[in-house]
Ligand binder design. Structure first.
Ligand SMILES: *Cc1c(COP(=O)(O)O)cnc(C)c1O
Length: 349
């Protein structure tokens, strides 16, 4: 088979959720962010496993994603939509009992006019300038919105992965100023904010990347193993070249494996000539250009042709591979290719 195998450890995801839950302040509920198909790992399977572990609040970016999660979870768990109530979302929000995080007066008007009495939350901007109502808008709308009983007031930190950044304390102070004393549940922290400490936890946390094995949750268990099949192996004499634009020239007589995954599968061209694959614990350098469906790997030092090579494994996690590509673990995960065969291991889902 010339499609790669992506092994997803659902028990590791559940264990990461429990670890973040244990870090949280008493009385604080740990939610789970399952947007972008659970960071590329499969929203239905992941959400079911997390529900089994005890998660009751799920977060998605768009209503369509919420529909897939509702189908997987059935009635009961709350599903919050970060992008709020967009035109065209009304039926989905109503039929699937999604909870939009209202971001603007336009969205407030749409929600109250089309679905009076339906649940909602409010997203507040505390300085990131991306989503949410600004202080002035909130002051004007708060009396009406509070009267309608929002489920949660939330905001998002811009710099939580940098604990010493003064932006964190500034956003915390602004969030308190906008929400203290209102008697509504509050949520400020994603993975990075949970690690900043209990002042940042409030009533509900929203971890994503920390569930899926990525920084800044340094203690996270690895969740994915990506094994790529070797399609063929050839001897390349010293001085010969490999791949597009003759991107690699063999300095010695070499054994080169041609491996079935490329940039169409989320292996960025920025990995060309830089990444490392693993045969067990033995590192093998990627040589030449990443092409659409294939990469080439120097396996000379193995002395034999391997059946497959790993690019995500205990030896090289998502953040290590991301560093080589000049990106972040989030992008490595969410780019994981649609052609990979996803194999789930672990309990009950
Ligand atoms: C993506 C996202 C999260 C989860 O962030 P992680 O850094 O992956 O934990 C939480 N809240 C909002 C608003 C988000 O967009």
């Amino acid at each position: 088979m010339a499609t790669a195998s992506l092994r997803i450890d659902l028990d590791a995801i559940a264990a990461n959720w429990r670890d973040l839950d244990a870090l949280s302040a008493p009385g604080c509920e740990t939610g789970a962010v399952v947007k972008a198909d659970s960071y590329g790992l499969g929203a239905a399977r992941v959400a079911r496993r997390l529900a089994q572990a005890g998660a009751r609040k799920f977060f998605v970016a768009a209503a369509e994603e919420g529909a897939a999660v509702r189908q997987a979870l059935g009635e009961g768990p709350e599903i919050f939509v970060f992008s709020g109530h967009m035109a065209g979302d009304t039926d989905m929000i109503a039929d699937l009992a999604l909870i939009p995080m209202l971001n603007s007066l336009d969205q407030v008007t749409r929600h109250f006019e089309t679905l009076p009495g339906a649940p909602f939350g409010v997203q507040l901007d505390t300085g990131m300038n991306r989503l949410g109502m600004e202080a002035g808008e909130w002051e004007a709308a708060a009396p009406i919105m509070l009267g309608a009983g929002p489920r949660v007031l939330m905001s998002h930190l811009a710099c939580a992965d940098a604990p010493d950044d003064p932006m964190n304390a500034a956003q915390l102070a602004e969030f308190r100023r906008m929400t203290d004393g209102l008697g509504v549940a509050r949520s400020l922290s994603a993975t990075g904010g949970i690690l900043l400490g209990r002042d940042y936890h409030f009533d509900i946390t929203r971890p994503g990347i920390g569930l899926y094995g990525g920084a800044p949750h340094a203690a996270a268990r690895p969740v994915v193993r990506l094994s790529l099949p070797v399609v063929q192996c050839r001897e390349v004499a010293a001085g010969e070249t490999v791949g597009y634009s003759c991107g690699f020239t063999a300095r010695r007589d070499s054994l080169i494996a041609t491996v079935a995954a490329g940039y169409a599968d989320g292996l960025s061209r920025a990995l060309s000539g830089k990444a490392t694959l693993y045969a067990g614990a033995t590192p093998c350098p990627l040589v030449g250009r990443v092409s659409m469906d294939l990469i080439t790997v120097d396996v000379t030092d193995l002395g034999e042709a391997p059946q497959d090579l790993d690019i995500l494994c205990p030896e090289q996690g998502v953040d290590a591979l991301a560093a080589v590509a000049g990106t972040i673990g989030y992008e490595i995960l969410t780019a994981l290719g649609a052609r990979y065969q996803r194999h789930y291991v672990g309990g009950g889902a």
